[in-house]
Ligand binder design. Sequence first.
Ligand SMILES: Nc1ncnc2c1ncn2[C@@H]1O[C@H](COP(=O)(O)OP(=O)(O)O)[C@@H](O)[C@H]1O
Ligand SMILES: Cc1ncc(COP(=O)(O)O)c(N)n1
Length: 267
Amino acid sequence: MKKVLTIAGSDCSGGAGIQADLKTFSAHGVYGMSVITAVTAQNTQGVFAVEDISRDVIAKQIEAIFDDIEVDGLKIGMVSQVQTIEVIAEKLRHYSPETVVLDPVMVSKSGYHLLNPEAEATLIKDLLPLAMIVTPNIPEAEVMTNMSINTLKQMEDSAKAIYQMGAKNVFLKGGHLENEATDILYDGQEFSYYSSPRIATKNTHGTGCTLSSAITANLALGYTLHQAVVRAKEYITIAIEHSLSIGKGVGPTHHFYTLYKKAGLIK
Ligand SMILES: Nc1ncnc2c1ncn2[C@@H]1O[C@H](COP(=O)(O)OP(=O)(O)O)[C@@H](O)[C@H]1O
Ligand SMILES: Cc1ncc(COP(=O)(O)O)c(N)n1
């Protein structure tokens, strides 16, 4: 069985972060492991508290995994603080895993800064070069490039600018624009486009976490980058289509729809 790791924050309500990542991994039939960078108190309505895990305990979690278990794919989500980023980068440089997906999580859908704004430059400097692919949403790409993005052309310009910062592949998600949900991949030479009809739902809590975990799982399973992205886009589209009206706010995606349907548990 392929073994896949998420380095991210915990979302106690189970919609985003570590919890979304592990559900996505399970749905892909890979063995999920987690290094927790921060514990958040959040739900479908907002983020109410965050406690960052110490540098030392993050280091120990990473060592505990890599010193014992082969890691076939790894994703990085919420990293909170400069010291969190520095210790992750130091450990990854030591263990040099090949397949690293970086989701540069910055602000939650409810507007909470999950990444300290002072740590944005460190994330770009220390983590971008270690990643095989980086998956910003539009607000994150705007922060990274200081550009405003309202059109597909502006998405392309921003993806190019992120590539020039040292990313090997840039997957810019278009969920925050109107019309179709079009994401783009830039590999330094050409653009590929991945579109799906926009689904009319408010339940998109954790979509970014889910998508980057699905890319990671598919890469670990041996798919090429392009195949992994196509499969992940299919996965997130089904997960949003069957998203769950759990809680009073922005509900989570459905990770097991396809599995349950195949098993005859959903008619
Ligand atoms: N309403 C929607 N209908 C269909 N796909 C969507 C919708 N909202 C987001 N997506 C897709 O979900 C994925 C995550 O999108 P996005 O919302 O841009 O990221 P984030 O969750 O990081 O803010 C992307 O593939 C995007 O195109
Ligand atoms: C611990 C944690 N990590 C990431 C997100 C971003 O979630 P979204 O994908 O909805 O932007 C979150 N809300 N909480």
